[in-house]
Design a protein around this ligand. Structure first.
Ligand code: ACM
Length: 699
């Protein structure tokens, strides 16, 4: 699949990620956040993420014992009760104590009072009121919200507030007033390129709820798989899925599970391109001649619908009649991306239809198709959303445009009067840093939100495209980086301190680990598989400082198909190395002046020594592992990098004179080591380069 062209600004921004570390202070600061222009000081050592719109910590705290009296007042419904049960379960998991939910004795206050003032929307949509207030004092906590969804958001905050104080657990005394900045905060999961079964979806929904995301966009049909059971057209899933699809009962279960957590499910049926899997069982819908096979490779392919056939619209009408009751959300996503139009251009009948209908090009024919599909969806009570290729003056005004090819397409859509959702800059499969995504704002100047377009930027959606993820690896490609995007979409624009984001991200990553995602757990499992019967330690030391190559470099490194196993080091290495980020911070502290020099020297030396000395034990493991053979040169280059770093450190502490020949050689070693090998990059090189550069400044 062709992906957004990587323009210079993307790469430049990516390269500048680490500069954010230098620009900001390293120590946790007491930050001020605003709502309605009021600055409020917040405690610097909490794990709240996304940061609430307004939060004010005080000095006292509320003890949480093993009996927690909880009272639900106002509007009640079963999902609120279930949410409270989950909340108590999560507290138990956190504290390691069996906390029991009890009712307050007659006439006594509950420790937690939840006041839900109304029932909210019958079918949650993007203008659901998600606001809540939370008031924790030394004797009780009160959570108030206008709707059940607001209560869910408040419980998510309350869960993150729990703190350990020796053997006691407490909630800090705090007042919070909170509401989201954007109403559409989503995650796309592609279940087509690689099949992602129910447990993957459920554990990701749990994690999404914890960070207040509210849209699961399921990419359900693709060239590589048709992942939905159709009783009306069973050949779709029977012939287009290799038996890997959601049954209708499972889809209802996903929707109910998401609804319980205040999350909408928007289904995507990508058309008129990316439709090979439909055509395997239904070649009559195609613009070209079959037979068609499920696609096994990645890319953009010719097979597509023939928009000139009336029978196509009859088919889609029946198909959506079957699908829309399964997905109550007001929106159905029809994809619309990457239609190359080759088969339309080659087909004289289609060309003649285009002439007769004054459709000058493939884009106009696609717009004709989109209008017809929008009308079908409207008949089934649904609105259309699609990728930014659907943008056209003939598109009905209530359609939503999802911008992926560039932030310009978001602007173009709102300028033409459409509501829009930003995904450009939120592609998790690009393997970029949390800081990169964090700095990508749907409304970077804050101006759009103030002018007449205010409501048109609905928010954003992170995209987890599935070419290079298996059920084993997908969580580590989503989490914890998605939390940074969740904060960008929920919290005020002024919440933008990158270092403080990373500090809180660490807390939340551990919290999510308890909730179900396997982003941390599977790291150890996969390392052990690489190490076989050996100790995983040398493999871990290396993996900790590696990252997979970025953007789409992986696709040009070798021929991948849907059958290629995703179990190599490149699949284990995390998209963003925490060890490298911390090392860079240490190096910058060390270089910032004599005072921090002594603090940091030992720790930098220790890490460089570990990396240098790791090569030997790593080699013995790699000798016994066919999966690790390709990584041996990476380990060797890490050793060289570490040696250069240790030399630079020696020069710096002994304040010896600059040696330009040594420096040139060192840079050459580092540049060679920086070349990708086995689709991996060594992440500590920029920090070692800073050490080397600093040697020229010594007298
Ligand atoms: C897309 O990435 N083709 C929407």
């Amino acid at each position: 699949m062709k992906k957004p062209t990587v323009d210079d600004s993307c790469v430049a921004e990516y390269k500048s990620d680490m500069n954010g570390v230098r620009r900001s202070t390293v120590h946790v600061i007491l930050a001020a956040y605003v709502m309605c222009g009021t600055a409020v000081a917040v405690d610097g050592d909490h794990g709240l993420m996304p940061m609430p719109a307004r939060v004010e910590f005080r000095s006292d705290s509320l003890s949480i014992g093993d009996q927690l009296t909880i009272e639900l007042v106002g509007h009640t419904e079963p999902r609120l009760d279930r949410a409270v049960d989950r909340f108590v379960e999560h507290l138990s998991a956190h504290t390691g104590t069996a906390i029991r939910r009890t009712k307050p004795e007659h006439g006594k206050d509950a420790v937690l009072r939840i006041d839900c003032q109304g029932r909210g929307q019958a079918v949650q949509t993007y203008d659901e009121d998600e606001s809540y207030s939370l008031n924790v004092s030394s004797h009780r906590a009160v959570l108030r919200a206008a709707t059940p969804v607001g209560v869910l958001r408040g419980l998510a905050t309350l869960e993150q507030l729990l703190q350990r104080d020796g053997n006691k657990f407490t909630l800090p005394e705090v007042r919070i007033e909170d509401r989201p900045r954007f109403p559409w905060r989503g995650l796309l999961i592609d279940v087509c390129r690689h099949w992602q079964p129910m447990p993957v979806i459920k554990r990701n929904l749990d994690a999404m709820a914890a960070v207040k995301l509210n849209v699961l966009h399921l990419h359900l049909t693709e060239d590589q798989g048709f992942r939905v059971e159709s009783k009306r057209f069973p050949r779709l899933h029977e012939m287009g899925s290799d038996g890997k699809y959601f049954t209708q009962d499972e889809l209802r279960e996903i929707v109910a599970y998401a609804h319980d957590r205040g999350i909408r499910v928007v289904p995507e049926f990508d058309m008129p391109g990316h439709t090979t899997s439909w055509l395997v069982g239904h070649p009559e819908l195609a613009a070209g001649v079959g037979p068609f096979q499920i696609e096994r490779r990645w890319g953009v392919f010719d097979p597509c619908f023939d928009p000139t056939k009336e029978s196509l619209y009859e088919f889609l009408d029946e198909f959506f009649a079957e699908m829309t009751p399964l997905f109550p959300d007001p929106f159905v996503h029809i994809g619309g991306d990457e239609v190359n139009g080759n088969l339309w251009r080659e087909n004289p009948r289609i060309q003649s239809f285009m002439r007769d209908n004054q459709l000058p090009d493939a884009h106009a024919l696609q717009a004709y198709f989109n209008r017809r599909v929008a009308a079908i969806l409207a008949n089934h009570g649904r609105k259309l959303i699609g990728w930014d290729e659907i943008l056209h003056e003939d598109l009905p005004a209530n359609c939503v445009v999802q911008s992926w090819r560039g932030a310009d397409s978001l602007r173009a859509a709102i300028d033409q009067g459409f509501n829009a959702v930003l995904s450009n800059g939120y592609y998790l499969d690009h393997q970029l840093s949390a800081a990169f995504h964090y700095q990508n704002d749907p409304d970077p100047t804050g101006k759009v939100s103030r002018d007449r377009h205010r409501s048109r930027v609905l928010g954003g959606e992170a995209c987890m495209w599935g070419e290079y993820v298996s059920p084993e690896t997908i969580d580590s490609r989503i989490w914890p980086r998605l939390v940074a995007i969740a904060e960008r979409l929920w919290s005020p624009r002024s919440v933008n301190d990158v270092n403080d984001m990373y500090r809180r991200l660490g807390h939340v990553s551990r919290q999510l680990d308890r909730l179900g995602p396997r982003h941390r757990k599977n790291y150890a499992v996969m390392l052990q598989r690489l190490a076989g019967t050996h100790s995983i330690e040398p493999v871990r030391v290396l993996a900790d400082v590696l990252e997979p190559v970025k953007l789409y470099l992986r696709s040009s490194a070798r021929e991948y198909t849907s059958e290629t196993l995703l179990n190599r080091m490149v699949d284990v290495a995390r998209p963003e190395s925490e060890a490298a980020r911390e090392f860079l911070i240490s190096v910058r502290r060390f270089l910032s002046g004599p005072k921090s020099r002594t603090d940091q020297f030992e720790s930098i030396r220790k890490r460089l020594t570990t990396w240098r000395d790791n090569h030997k034990p790593f080699r013995s493991v790699a000798n016994d592992s066919s999966l690790l053979v390709e990584v041996e040169p990476v380990s060797y280059h890490l050793k060289l990098v570490a040696e250069v770093g240790l030399n630079a450190l020696d020069l710096l502490v002994s304040n010896r004179r600059r040696d330009s020949e040594w420096q040139a050689k060192a840079v050459q070693v580092l540049d060679t080591a920086a070349e990708p090998r086995a689709e991996l990059v060594i992440t500590v090189i920029p920090a070692v380069k800073e050490l080397v550069a600093a040697t020229s400044k010594t007298e």
